[in-house]
Design a protein around this ligand. Structure first.
Ligand SMILES: Nc1ncnc2c1ncn2[C@@H]1O[C@H](COP(=O)(O)OP(=O)(O)OP(=O)(O)O)[C@@H](O)[C@H]1O
Length: 298
């Protein structure tokens, strides 16, 4: 038995004679936050639609806590927050959420939920007057309401200000802490780098990466950037010795392979007072994304 709330196995989706998802397998465990990355048209939304049972699979299977997409129990177990969520403009936030709770047959602390998503002051205003960020917050309250096993979030922070983004991720973290498996389709690499447990990358419908940031970094073998700040008189000597380039006055930049890092650090330490400071920048998700999404599997 596995602990996978969401299990996607060898899924294929053809549209006409184009294969939009190709032999795609992906799992998300209870409490895990997985980022789904990929270029425009890579197949992220299609994958979400197949999980929701909105579009049939050509081959393969998907299980949501053991249930098939589109079945009553899968629908109960799944919450979806689209990129641009829309509600009835004439209802207030409180009315809208109360309506969802009734449709769901649930008794819920509507006020508490709306306060949790930062809509305390706006819950009795009509949704038609809400900003995009406020609508996203209401959408998230709806997700929380269902206590889902699986939450599918499509570009949840697009168009939100930095504080709203942080708030939204704090709520996503809470969802995961309570055992929801969270799949976040996104182009916001810096955000998902910090706020997810695992990264899956699609390229033309094929999964080309699926691992923790740390492991992807090791697999890609991309260099770490080291910036050495030298004394003015020693900068050229250090640049020559380390095979680096001089930048910004007395700084020298080198790129070193993962297995060379410690050796290079020892070389730098041996230069004594000629080195004033050192800054190391490991490969970022942006570099890894470029590596995997462009190259694909070798
Ligand atoms: N209803 C449809 N009919 C035909 N082709 C479609 C349909 N929906 C999507 N596609 C095609 O399927 C492929 C995958 O699209 P999809 O929307 O899943 O990509 P995406 O990764 O979500 O892109 P984006 O980041 O732009 O949202 C694209 O080539 C797209 O043109």
């Amino acid at each position: 038995m596995t602990n996978n709330a969401l299990s996607i196995e060898h899924v294929r989706k053809d549209r006409g004679n184009v294969t939009v998802l190709d032999d795609l397998s992906l799992t998300v465990s209870a409490g895990e936050r997985v980022a789904l990355l990929g270029h425009n048209g890579a197949g992220k939304s299609t994958l979400i639609k197949t999980i929701l049972g909105l579009t049939p699979l050509t081959a393969g299977q998907i299980s949501i806590g053991g249930a098939k997409p589109g079945s009553t129990s899968a629908r109960r177990a799944t919450a979806y927050l689209p990129e641009a969520v829309s509600f009835h403009p004439a209802l207030t936030g409180r009315e809208q959420l109360t309506l969802f709770a009734r449709l769901d047959g649930q008794a819920a602390d509507i006020q508490g939920l709306l306060e949790r998503v930062g809509l305390s002051d706006a819950m009795d205003r009509r949704v038609g007057t809400y900003s995009k960020g406020m609508r996203q917050r209401l959408g998230l309250a709806q997700v929380l309401l269902g206590k889902p096993k699986v939450a599918l979030l499509d570009e949840p922070t697009s168009g939100l200000d930095p504080i709203s983004r942080q708030d939204l991720y704090a709520i996503i973290d809470e969802l995961a802490e309570h055992g929801t498996a969270v799949l976040i389709a996104s182009h916001a690499l810096t955000e998902v780098e910090a706020r997810t447990d695992r990264i899956a990358i699609l390229r033309k419908g094929v999964k080309v990466a699926d691992d923790t940031l740390e492991s992807l970094s090791a697999q890609a073998g991309l260099p770490t950037r080291m910036r050495i700040r030298a004394t003015e008189a020693q900068a050229d000597t250090i640049a020559a010795k380390m095979g680096g380039a001089r930048i910004n006055g007395a700084s020298v930049e080198i790129h070193c392979e993962p297995d060379q890092k410690m050796a290079r650090l020892r070389d730098i330490a041996a230069m004594g007072d000629a080195v004033v400071d050192i800054e190391m920048t490991p490969p970022r998700l942006e570099d890894l994304y470029r590596h995997f999404a462009k190259e694909g599997m070798q």
